[in-house]
Structure formats: C-alpha cells, structure tokens
Design a protein around this ligand. Structure first.
Ligand code: Q9C
Ligand code: ZN
Length: 342
C-alpha cells in the first residue's frame, strides 16, 4: 500500500497539554510519526511518498474562513500580546453567555474557536496542520486516480475539528477535507468510518445535514469519555442528512469480539448505502495499552481490522487519527496495512 507522509507534520512541537489538572508533555507528539515511519520502513509494507501542497481551498471547502484565519494568526497574536506560555483557552461562550460575538483579542478568540482546553496552539501548529491535510489529500488523490488503497500518516489528527473549532489535538479535519475533495472530483457518496477510540464529533458536525457523506463511528460511550457532548446513538442526522449519521457508543473495556461484531454492522450499512469511496479515520488508540483510552485491542487484532476494512471492496483511504501507546503505534498501524487485502 502506498503511504503518504510529510516531514512538515513535525512542525507542531507543543510542550504542554492540560491533563488531569497539570500541564504535561503532550500525548500527541512528533515521535508518533517517527515510530510509525520506522516500522513502515522496517517491514517494507509500502513505499513512502511526499504529497504536493494543495493550498487552502480544500480546507475552506469544509471549514469557516474566520476560523482558518484565526489558526493562521493565533500564535503571532499570542506572542505580540506578550504572553509567555503556549496559547490555551480559559473562557468559553458557555450556555449562559452570548455565542454570537467574536471577541477581538486573541484570548477571547481562543475560547470562541476552541471546543476543549487540552490542545495548545504553538509556533508551527498551523504549518503542521497544513502538512497533515496535504498528506490526507495526497493519499486521496492517489486512490482516486488508481482505485488502489492508500495510507496517510496525518499528524496532527483531524476528527475532533469542527467547522470552526479546534480541540482534542485536532485543527483541520483531514478526513472531512479528503471526503469533500473526493466529492468535488466526482465521487457521489463517501463513507467515513471512524474507528478511533474517541467519537469523531467534528466529522459528524461537518456532514450532519448531508446525504453525500455517510458518517459511522465506533467509540467510547460519551457518557463517560471525551468528547462527552456528542456521539450518542440518537444522533442520526438532520434534514436530508437523516439516516446518514450512525453512532455506536460502546462501554469502556468492550471486548474485541463485540467491537468486531459492531464493525460488521457498520460495514453492512456502508454496503447498503451505495457509497463509492471509503475513508477510514484510523485511530489506533483502541489498543489495550493506550494511555488515554479504554478499548482492548491486541497487536494482532489490528490485522483483522485491516482485513475487514478491505472486505468493503471500495476505493479506500486510511488516515491516521489517534494512537498514543508510542511503543506499539508502529506495529499496530503496520498490522492494519498488512491485513488490508488489496
Ligand atoms: N488528557 C484523538 O484521539 N482528552 N484525540 C483526553 C487526556 C482529549 C483525543 C484526556 C483526547 C483527545 C485524535
Ligand atoms: Zn482518539
């Protein structure tokens, strides 16, 4: 399988994540890329290719222009304001306040454009997010041109990023950018299957009222895990999108057998819905050793996952989302790629 990677994804090197009341070294770090690449090279599972730059238009096709400008300028405004640490929001337009005002100073804008506080904005964050969506678009273009599957080593990840909000380590929604790109290139309906441990709230929001993208997600039950405020089973889409959003919240500790049976339901729905392309939000944080997640995948289960994904028999793009057990992240990704029967 052809693999897309850009060294510029390393440009985000955050020092801080707000975790359990303390600023810690971020779980979502450039070492994740190094370890996956190293294992890809060691196993020779596929050739690694650098994507070209696709510019901002494919991003603006799914994200708000004010939000994109905010991300481009945030770090410089933060520094110009004289702040010392990394840019972290600490105030939001909460339920009892106004959600229609965009403040003028960077501290106010941070709350408006953020959906969580763990993800700091740093020098290089925007550039890394640009590289990450280019990786997704490079992979997608290859699959569109050849019908062959491809893997995009996206980092930072994307599926928590909404139309105009960052958070959960995500800035641009790589899978959504890729899906919209594929539609613009002539696909009629794209399935996005999100297997990351966390619900893909951003992807759901972006396509919630549309029937040209089927979004299906298997994830930790939001009653007890991030992102808490989206990802419930009764969220089925709106208007012409009704029936094109499917959530499978699963309790922490769910067995692999139950998870795989749920995946089979999801694959059945994709088959029934007449999709002509599959984009997988491939978070490997479903691994039993993941430090911030609670599913029970073993290394070998990722190969079975790869096999099942290929059984959908669609042009398929696999995009990296989460996965934080850095010792095993390369093994788990490569196992999916090796399981995927071309
Ligand atoms: N500090 C993705 O997997 N909070 N994002 C978890 C640990 C945020 C995960 C608590 C988790 C975001 C792409
Ligand atoms: Zn995740």
């Amino acid at each position: 399988m052809l693999i897309f990677h850009s060294d510029n994804t390393r440009l985000r090197q955050a020092r801080t994540e707000l975790h359990d009341g303390t600023l810690v070294a971020p779980f979502e770090c450039p070492e994740r890329i190094d370890l996956v690449l190293k294992h890809i090279q060691k196993t020779a599972v596929g050739e690694v290719r650098e994507p070209k730059s696709y510019g901002l238009d494919p991003v603006l096709a799914v994200h708000d222009a004010g939000y994109v400008n905010f991300l481009a300028d945030c770090w410089h405004e933060w520094v110009a304001a004289g702040h010392e640490g990394e840019a972290i929001p600490n105030i939001w337009p909460a339920r009892t306040m106004r959600g229609d005002r965009i403040p003028h100073t960077v501290s106010g804008k941070l709350g408006y454009y953020a959906l969580a506080a763990e993800t700091s904005i740093t020098e290089g964050t925007f550039e890394a997010a640009m590289a990450s969506k280019d990786v997704a678009l490079g992979a997608t273009s290859h699959t569109l041109a050849t019908g062959e599957p491809s893997y995009g080593l996206c980092r930072p990840p994307g599926h928590h990023a909404a139309v105009d909000q960052f958070g959960g380590y995500c800035f641009f929604n790589n899978a959504a950018v890729a899906a919209q790109w594929a539609l613009n290139q002539g696909k009629r309906r794209v399935a996005i299957l999100d297997v990351d441990f966390h619900h893909g709230n951003g992807t759901q929001q972006i396509f919630y009222e549309r029937d040209d993208v089927l979004f299906i997600s298997l994830h930790g039950d939001p009653e007890v895990t991030f992102p808490y405020y989206l990802g419930y089973a009764d969220e089925t889409g709106l208007g012409s999108g009704e029936g094109f959003n499917v959530n499978y919240p699963l309790p922490p500790g769910t067995s692999v057998a139950t998870w795989m049976a749920t995946l089979d339901n999801a694959l059945g729905q994709i088959k029934q819905t007449q999709c002509d392309m599959l984009i997988v939000s491939l978070g490997v944080d479903i691994f039993e050793g993941d430090p911030i997640s609670a599913f029970t995948f073993k290394n070998s289960d990722f190969e079975i996952l790869g096999q099942r994904l290929s059984s959908a028999d669609l042009p398929t793009v696999l995009l990296m989302e989460g996965g934080y057990a850095v010792d095993d992240i390369g093994i788990n990704v490569v196992n999916v790629l090796q399981g995927f029967k071309q």
